[in-house]
Design a protein around this ligand. Structure first.
Ligand code: MG
Ligand code: MG
Length: 628
């Protein structure tokens, strides 16, 4: 199976695009004509450059407004085609994409178009070239792959075939099952794209909002199964027009594309095992049974301050590492490691980001399988030298240089806490915190799709609908990913401006990272009381918030008083209730949240977020910390 991507899908100059595409692991590229024209170099050199990078040119595209023209326009269209053929031969590719005509003078008629393609097939054959016909969703006469296939069938020429594009088929809601009736060897090429469901003009939707398979809402899986069931064996190629990607990191977008394509093909063969997909085996998406640990890189006063917050939350310093400057803080099933090492990965993370979550440990059924699936999808394993007595825990690099460790029961890795840590006897009654409810990662809005794709292709997680959170200084988009049982939940918060609380944190921490950690309690009112005894300083909510709460929900006066006294936020959904309280932000904007979920409440208290953010901003200003 050859993987490919259109140069138009990513940002940069042509050489930059090619470099990113090669580095991501693709086998080939579709040359989008405009990317070639804007490049200052002749076609032979471009072809050689591409091949020197280990890539092949899978397709040259697009050639527009060819079929159905009356004379003299028809002759001119054939002349234009000959010039494109010259260029293709110099580049070193044998296949051109001809998209269905939008020309105002183009005439309809399946036979007329078939005749034009037969004649073009004759000319292409003389040069050993092939032409592929794609139905644009907004083509003047042909806008459905079924019509394009009928034209190709009637053209009846060995050098003329069909090109399918998931967007054009799915955007018009054409049933992808109809593809199964097409002859597989007559499908010369297939392009993949997904898109969010938005009601808008098809052309505008296609040119600006396409995204990687799995990032949108189209039935790309059904399309793929139908395509592969025909016996199609050509390249699997991405053609993504997306405004964010055009401005994003070429390397990241190319890697996302590779990850999405491989995950898609793996999904297809799992759903329909009779389909033969030429792709090495890989483990299935992993179930995650919880967060095993969170590790902060920190130093000096900042580390002392972090540990003081942990102590005030009822955490117990329960161990110190046998060889490294690591302390382990625990409560219930929660483990938080404070890493003061000045070298290695954590040392570097501190230098670039200050006090930051540098490592997340996830409990999975099989840690080695997690690494194997991740690397099959293009992730890089993470290795750090282990000292005597230390376990080699499987890990990968996440996005933005982050690290994910995988811990399982079967391989003895779960014993790391007793093997690598000497137990200390500090005692505290605790505050009733039981486990990590969710991690909230902050990133720029442009990176959100990359992160959700990363998690959704690696783990068995569902995406919740995107929520808009209003910060007094801008909008933050929030997207939750969660396992079906809620054992692992992550919220991705995408900041569009540095003036938002999230954006300010992002600028301050030099890249995406965990901004808050939400800890569960079974009884937040009791926890709140215990925290007061421990000297915990909650984020102060405004009196206005509680006046409003009284009008929004049917709460007793006593309950309202307890919420207000504890600075506890409250929300309800159709199932139950959600109670939250927050720590004050520390170390540039990191904070803890404490949550109680009642009766199957499944959200994250999004209606409360604007009030929480406003309270945090008030706090930062009064403390004279950097202004948001
Ligand atoms: Mg296309
Ligand atoms: Mg939260």
């Amino acid at each position: 199976m050859k993987t490919s991507i259109a140069t138009v899908s990513i940002s940069g100059s042509l050489p930059e695009k090619l470099e990113a595409i090669a580095a991501a692991g693709f086998d080939g590229v579709e040359i989008f004509e405009q990317d070639f024209i804007t490049h200052d170099g002749n076609p032979r050199d471009v072809g050689n450059l591409i091949r020197s990078m280990g890539l092949e040119i899978t397709l040259f595209q697009p050639f527009r407004d060819f079929e159905g023209l009356p004379q003299p326009l028809r002759d001119k269209a054939f002349d234009r085609a000959e010039r494109k053929f010259d260029l293709m031969q110099e580049l070193g590719t044998d296949l051109v994409l001809i998209c269905s005509s939008c020309h105002p003078a183009a005439l309809g008629g399946i036979d007329r178009a078939a005749g034009d393609f037969h004649a073009l097939g004759e000319r292409a054959a003389k040069r050993g070239l092939r032409v592929g016909y794609e139905a644009l969703a907004w083509g003047r006469h042909v806008n459905d792959h079924r019509d394009a296939w009928e034209i190709v069938r009637r053209a009846d020429h060995e050098n003329v075939g069909l090109i399918l594009d998931s967007f054009h088929t799915l955007a018009r809601k054409t049933d992808p099952e109809t593809i199964r009736r097409i002859q597989g060897d007559k499908i010369f090429f297939v392009q993949w794209a997904d898109a969010p469901l938005i009601e808008m003009d098809l052309l505008y939707w296609s040119r600006h909002f396409r995204n990687m398979p799995g990032e949108g809402d189209l039935a790309v899986g059904d399309f793929t199964r139908a395509v592969m069931a025909t016996g199609y064996s050509g390249p699997i190629s991405l053609e993504i027009f997306n405004d964010q990607f055009r401005g994003g990191s070429a390397k990241t977008i190319a890697k996302d594309g590779y990850r999405s394509l491989i995950a898609l093909m793996d999904d297809v063969r799992r759903v329909e095992p009779s389909i033969n997909i030429d792709l090495p085996d890989m483990p299935a998406r992993l179930p995650v049974t919880g967060v095993s640990f969170i590790e902060f890189a920190s130093r000096g006063n900042e580390a002392t301050a972090l540990e003081a917050v942990l102590a005030s939350l009822g955490f117990r310093r329960s161990g110190t590492h046998i060889a490294k400057a690591l302390s382990l803080w625990t409560q219930g099933d929660i483990r938080i490691v404070v890493n003061r090492e000045t070298t290695g990965y954590a040392g570097n993370a501190y230098i670039t980001q200050g006090t930051t979550v540098c490592d997340i440990g996830l409990s999975v059924g099989n840690a080695a399988a997690a690494v194997s699936r991740a690397t099959s999808l293009g992730a890089v394993p993470f290795k750090q030298p282990t000292g005597p007595g230390e376990l080699d825990i499987p890990a990968i690099r996440g996005l933005s240089g982050s690290v994910l460790h995988f811990i399982d029961e079967t391989s003895g890795l779960a014993d790391v806490w007793t093997v690598e840590f000497t137990q200390t006897g500090d005692a505290t009654p605790g505050a009733g915190l039981t486990r990590i409810d969710h991690l909230a990662q902050t990133m720029s809005y442009d990176e959100m799709l990359s992160w959700s794709l990363f998690y959704a292709t690696l783990f068995q997680m569902q995406k919740a609908p995107m929520v808009d959170v209003v910060d007094p200084d801008g909008l933050v988009r929030s997207q939750a990913l969660e396992t079906a049982d809620g054992a692992f939940r992550i919220t991705l918060n995408g900041a569009e401006t540095h003036r938002t609380m999230a954006g300010h944190f992002l600028a301050d921490s030099f890249g995406a990272s965990v901004q808050h950690i939400a800890l569960s309690t079974d009884d937040i009112l009791e926890t709140s009381k215990a925290l007061a005894g421990l000297g915990f300083a909650p984020l102060q909510m405004s009196a206005n918030y509680y006046s409003d709460l009284a009008t929004r929900f049917d709460l007793s006066a006593e309950m309202l008083t307890r919420l207000k006294d504890g600075n506890i936020l409250y929300d309800e959904d159709a199932d139950g209730a959600f109670l939250q309280l927050y720590s004050q932000p520390f170390a540039g904007g990191v904070f803890f949240e404490i949550v109680e979920r009642r009766d199957g409440y499944n959200g994250y208290g999004a209606p409360n977020a604007p009030f929480r953010i406003a309270a945090q901003k008030r706090q930062l200003r009064t403390k004279g910390m950097p202004k948001a």
